[in-house]
Design a protein around this ligand. Structure first.
Ligand code: OAD
Length: 238
């Protein structure tokens, strides 16, 4: 198999890569889903029945973006991007830490916290100023008669974003790496099977063994911020 330098590399990250930056994961012991039921804050039904609660939940998470910084795992991926032939970064994370560590063209399969989406037109807009991080609902700039904005997040029961582009890159990659994901949420958790069945080498970096561990050729257990920088160095023959 060609070295990673000459290859097409696709990365899928999950909440675990941002854990060392202080962003909570979902399914770990202290994870967000310990405190909130998914049904209460992460479904279209929740937004319909209790929008105030859903709004507060996401406004808190949007505000937190101003307090957190990328960690060595994010920077290791920026370095890997510079060293390989073709690089695609898919993230399930809604934070902006990949962009802030210098990664380009980050594909957010589950949406983004920095943007909000007009409930009427579906257009999104970046809203991260102080006046955008308040408890009250916000309204769009895209419609003549303003409409309420919702979090620009893919909730359970909604269609993940950019799937065509994602399948195209996963089907054609040589290496598929997953970092910091529990492998519970589909279709993201199934991408490793798509990569593997198309001949890619599949590699996992995670704190513990995830639900879809069987699909990986190589597993590195540990904290991403601690082990990824050295792995990237070895892949780049440094
Ligand atoms: P999870 O919270 O389900 O899983 C995080 C994984 O990261 C776990 O397997 C942890 O063991 C691992 N982990 C924790 N700290 C780590 C560290 N420092 N280094 C490496 N690994 C670490 O998060 P996701 O798999 O990303 O979707 O969850 C997928 C989706 O479920 C999210 O995008 C979100 C959620 O519901 C939506 O909200 C739509």
């Amino acid at each position: 198999m060609a070295s990673m330098l000459d290859s097409s590399v696709v990365i899928l990250t999950g909440a675990g890569i941002s854990a060392e930056s202080g962003v909570r994961t979902f399914r770990d012991n202290d994870g967000l889903w310990e405190e909130h039921r998914i049904e209460d804050v992460a479904t279209p039904y929740a937004w319909e029945s209790n929008p105030e609660l859903v709004w507060r939940f996401y406004q808190l998470r949007r505000k937190q973006l101003l307090e957190v910084e990328p960690n060595p795992a994010h920077f290791a991926l920026t370095k890997l991007e510079e060293g390989v032939n073709k690089f695609t970064l898919i993230t399930q994370n809604v934070d902006d830490l990949h962009e802030r560590s210098g990664s380009s063209n980050v594909i957010h399969i589950h949406g983004r916290l920095r943007t909000l989406r007009c409930e009427f037109s579906g257009e999104n807009e970046e809203r991260m100023k102080g006046k955008d991080l308040v408890e009250d609902f916000l309204f769009c700039n895209c419609c003549e008669k303003v409409n309420r904005l919702r979090p620009d997040i893919v909730w359970f029961g909604e269609v993940p974003m950019h799937m065509e582009e994602i399948y195209e890159s996963v089907e054609n990659c040589d290496y598929f790496l997953v970092i910091g994901s529990s492998g519970h949420v589909y279709p993201a958790a199934g991408l490793v099977n798509v990569a593997k069945s198309n001949g890619a080498k599949t590699i996992l970096i995670n704190s513990d063994s995830p639900a879809n561990a069987f699909a990986f050729d190589e597993i590195h257990l540990g904290k991403a911020g601690e082990i990824l920088p050295d792995l990237v160095k070895s892949w780049l023959n440094e």
